[in-house]
Design a protein around this ligand. Structure first.
Ligand SMILES: CC(=O)SCCNC(=O)CCNC(=O)[C@H](O)C(C)(C)COP(=O)(O)OP(=O)(O)OC[C@H]1O[C@@H](n2cnc3c(N)ncnc32)[C@H](O)[C@@H]1OP(=O)(O)O
Ligand SMILES: O=C([O-])CC(=O)C(=O)O
Length: 395
C-alpha cells in the first residue's frame, strides 16, 4: 500500500493527530513551472514583450554593437567596461588561453568516442582541482576564477574537435580577439569577417538567460557553499540534456533525418503523430517566440548569403519549411537552439561540438550567478510530497 502525505517538513495533518479532517494536499508545481525562487540583477527575461535584458541592456543591441568580451565584463560587473577596464580584462584573458598541461593531458586521456560535453565537464573539474584559489570564495577570487575558466574554454572545445578529427592541436594566438582566436584554434585559420561576426553574435546571445536549468543547477550547488568549479561542472551536466543546450545538436539530427525542405511537413506530421518532441522548438518561459531568435536567424541568413553554396541555401530552406509547418500545426515557435545549430554547421563545427560552444558562452552567465548567489545565500532545499509505502515494520 502506498500513502500520500503532506510535504515533508509541513505540519502533521489533523487526521494524524487523531481528529477527522483529511490531510491537505500541498500544491505541487512540476518542474518548478511558474515558481519564482529568488531575485536576480543579472538578466531579465520578459515573455510578454519577447525581450531579454543583460544588466538592463537589450541583448539584440549588445549583439549588434558590443564584443563578447565587453558583454562578459557587463554580466560580471554590472556595467559596460571603460577602455582601461576592457584592456585589463583582455590582458588576463589572453594570458590564460593556453591550457595547463594537466588539463590538456586529462582531455587527451579521454576516449575520442565520449561526448564533447563529457570532455568539457571533465576539463572544468580538473581545472578546479589545480586552481590555486579553488576554495577561496571571496568576490575577487571568484571573478578571477571565472575569468580564467572563460579564457580556457575555447582551447578545450577546439582541442577536442581537432583530436577527434585526427588534426594537430593549434596553439592560441595572443594577437587575436576572443572570437577570432577561438575559430583559429578550431580550424587552423581565421575565417572571413562575416563568419567571425556570426560566431560572436551567437556567443553574446548564449551568454546568459536568468534561471534556466543549468544556471539553477549552478546556484543550487553554490547554495551549499561549494566552490565555483563544482558549480560550473554541475551546470555543464545540466546543459548537456536535449531539453536544454543539447537541443542545438539535436536540430542537426532532425535536419539530417528530414533531408530536404519539401519533406518537412510530412516528416513533422509523422513525428507529431508519434508524440515526438521537435528539438529547437518551444520554451518554458517564452510562449510567443524566443527574444534571441530574430537576431540569430538574421545572422544565419547573412551567413548563408555570404557562403552562397547550394548546401547553405538548402539548409536555410529546410529551416524555413520546418518552422512554417511547426507554426501551422502546433503554433510552437523556435528557440535559440534552432538557428544556432545550422549556423554552427555552416561555420564548420562538428555537430557534437555545438553544445560545448554553448558552454563557452554560458560560463559567463553561470559564474555571474554563482557570485550573486553567494552574496545573498540561502540553502536551496525544496520539499516533496511522499507517495510511497505507509510506515511498516521491518520483518
Ligand atoms: C536554449 C534552450 O535551452 S531552449 C530549450 C531547448 N530545448 C528544446 O528545444 C527541446 C524541445 N522543446 C521542449 O521539449 C519543450 O518545449 C521545453 C522542454 C523546452 C519546454 O517545455 P515546457 O515549458 O515544459 O512545455 P511543455 O513540455 O509542458 O509543453 C506544452 C505542450 O507543448 C508541447 N510541446 C512543447 N514543445 C514541443 C516540441 N518541441 N515539440 C512538440 N511538442 C512540444 C508539449 O508536448 C505539450 O503538449 P500537451 O499540452 O499536448 O502535452
Ligand atoms: O531559459 C531557458 O529555460 C533555456 C534557455 O533558453 C537558455 O538557457 O538560454
Amino acid at each position: 500500500m502506498t500513502t500520500s502525505t503532506p510535504a515533508d517538513g509541513a505540519a502533521a495533518p489533523a487526521a494524524a493527530q487523531g481528529t477527522a479532517s483529511p490531510a491537505p494536499s500541498p500544491e505541487i508545481r512540476k518542474g518548478l513551472a511558474g515558481v519564482v525562487v529568488d531575485t536576480t540583477a543579472v538578466s531579465k527575461v520578459n515573455p510578454d514583450t519577447n525581450s531579454l535584458l543583460y544588466r538592463g541592456y537589450p541583448v539584440q543591441e549588445l549583439a549588434a554593437r558590443k564584443s563578447f568580451e565587453e558583454v562578459a565584463y557587463l554580466l560580471w560587473h554590472g556595467e559596460l567596461p571603460t577602455p582601461e577596464q576592457l584592456a585589463a580584462q583582455t590582458a588576463v584573458e589572453r594570458e590564460n588561453r593556453a591550457l595547463p598541461g594537466e588539463v590538456r593531458n586529462a582531455i587527451l586521456e579521454l576516449p575520442t568516442s565520449c561526448h564533447p560535453m563529457d570532455v568539457c565537464r571533465t576539463a572544468v573539474s580538473v581545472m578546479g582541482a589545480h586552481d590555486p584559489s579553488a576554495e577561496d570564495s571571496s568576490p575577487e577570487a571568484e571573478h578571477a576564477k571565472a575569468l580564467r575558466l572563460w579564457a580556457m574554454m575555447p582551447a578545450v572545445v577546439a582541442l577536442d574537435q581537432r583530436r577527434r578529427r585526427g588534426q594537430q592541436i593549434v596553439d592560441p594566438d595572443e594577437d587575436l580577439g576572443y572570437a577570432e582566436n577561438f575559430l583559429h584554434m578550431t580550424f587552423g585559420e581565421v575565417p572571413d569577417a562575416c563568419v567571425v561576426r556570426a560566431f560572436e553574435v551567437s556567443m553574446v546571445l548564449y551568454a546568459e538567460h536568468s534561471f534556466n536549468a543549468s544556471t539553477f543547477t549552478a546556484r543550487v550547488i553554490t547554495s551549499t557553499l561549494s566552490d565555483l568549479h563544482s558549480a560550473v561542472t554541475g551546470a555543464i551536466g545540466a546543459l548537456k540534456g536535449a531539453l536544454h543546450g543539447g537541443a542545438n545538436e539535436a536540430v542537426m539530427a532532425t535536419f539530417a533525418e528530414i533531408g530536404t525542405a519539401d519533406r518537412a511537413a510530412a516528416w513533422l506530421d509523422e513525428a507529431l503523430a508519434d508524440k515526438r518532441k521537435i528539438m529547437g522548438f518551444g520554451h518554458r518561459v517564452y510562449k510567443s517566440g524566443d527574444s534571441r531568435v530574430p537576431t540569430m536567424k538574421k545572422t544565419l541568413d547573412d551567413l548563408v548569403a555570404h557562403l552562397g553554396t547550394d548546401e547553405a541555401t538548402a539548409l536555410d530552406e529546410l529551416y524555413d519549411a520546418l518552422e512554417a509547418a511547426m507554426t501551422e500545426r502546433k503554433g510552437i515557435l523556435p528557440n535559440l537552439d534552432y538557428p544556432t545549430g545550422p549556423a554552427y554547421h555552416l561555420m564548420g563545427f562538428d555537430t557534437p561540438t555545438f553544445t560545448p560552444l554553448f558552454v563557452a558562452a554560458r560560463v559567463v552567465g553561470w559564474t555571474a550567478h554563482v557570485v550573486e548567489q553567494r552574496a545573498s545565500n540561502a540553502l536551496i532545499r525544496p520539499l516533496s510530497q511522499y507517495v510511497g509505502q505507509a510506515q511498516r515494520a521491518v520483518p
